[in-house]
Design a protein around this ligand. Structure first.
Ligand code: ZN
Length: 80
């Protein structure tokens, strides 16, 4: 494979897996939890620190910074 086509191939693969953790965990949630999670993300009265704390309680290690970036749309999910 030539360098250019290899770089293009790699870029495709990279994009497919470049979701941030806040996006990745959503893929693993069941429907009920996912609905709650998305609603909580959209709810501006719930702080990102609260979301990350509750997620940690449920065994999902995620930082409030990651949650906050995902909510603002400045995470790696955006390029999907
Ligand atoms: Zn994200």
């Amino acid at each position: 494979m030539g360098f250019l086509s290899e770089a293009k191939e790699y870029q495709k693969t990279k994009k497919r897996f470049s979701k941030c953790l806040a996006g990745l965990i959503a893929d693993k949630m069941d429907e009920e939890l996912l609905a709650d999670y998305l609603e909580a993300l959209a709810d501006e009265t719930i702080a990102s620190t609260s979301l990350s704390t509750v997620l940690k309680r449920r065994g999902i290690e995620i930082s409030d910074t990651t949650v906050s970036r995902h909510r603002k749309g400045i995470c790696s999910c955006v390029s999907q």
